[in-house]
Ligand binder design. Sequence first.
Ligand code: NYM
Ligand code: MG
Length: 217
Amino acid sequence: MSPVPRGALIVVEGLDRAGKSTQCEKLCRWLEQEGRRVKHMRFPNRSTPIGKSIDSYLRGETQQEDHVIHLLFSANRWEAAPQIIEHIRSGTTVVIDRYYYSGAVYSAAKKNPNLTLEWAIQPEIGLPKPDLCIFLDISSTDAAARSGFGGERYETSEMQKRVRNLFQELLQKPQNKEMVAVNAGDSMEEVHETMRRLGNKLFEGEGLSKPLKSFDY
Ligand code: NYM
Ligand code: MG
């Protein structure tokens, strides 16, 4: 009996208002129509005890030292890692809205001199590494044309600008070859079509015949 082919790990990243939630939803529906089993996850997962403290921090109800909240975001991924690995092993494709890329760039964008991108990426080493990370890239002009920010921490144009630059920095790094930028200023359908094309390329390629990797930096 041949073993079940593993699922793919697909991450969708981007600034607030880039359209991640909508695109993840559409990607999952398409994968299901293609006959694949799919699990849709998102980080932060606000439902766990760690996620609840992240949630109250983001809403501005509590304060956290920058390194502490950074490590809580990371812990929120680590607590889900066994589930992710198990889904992939059993043949389910996992689509995640934000992952360690957001983890690194949002913290590094705070300009805390002791919290560089290099430092921020360290606690993520060893997490399941995505086969594909789609970075929904939106210019500040396009972003400004979309509806206003919500009331959460980090939702200021100054912060988002720094976040975008840091995402670009991650895209350039040779260890992040799975990252692909997609113009999120295109229409919802155009973006979805590009993402389907990237999905097809992933499923037709050799990558998924190899075991899921761990993130190394
Ligand atoms: N965020 C998200 C981080 O600062 N670090 C992380 O590790 C993750 C996963 O949380 N502004 C930030 C980015 C967002 C905020 O995410 C909430 P969302 O997807 O808007 O609920
Ligand atoms: Mg948001």
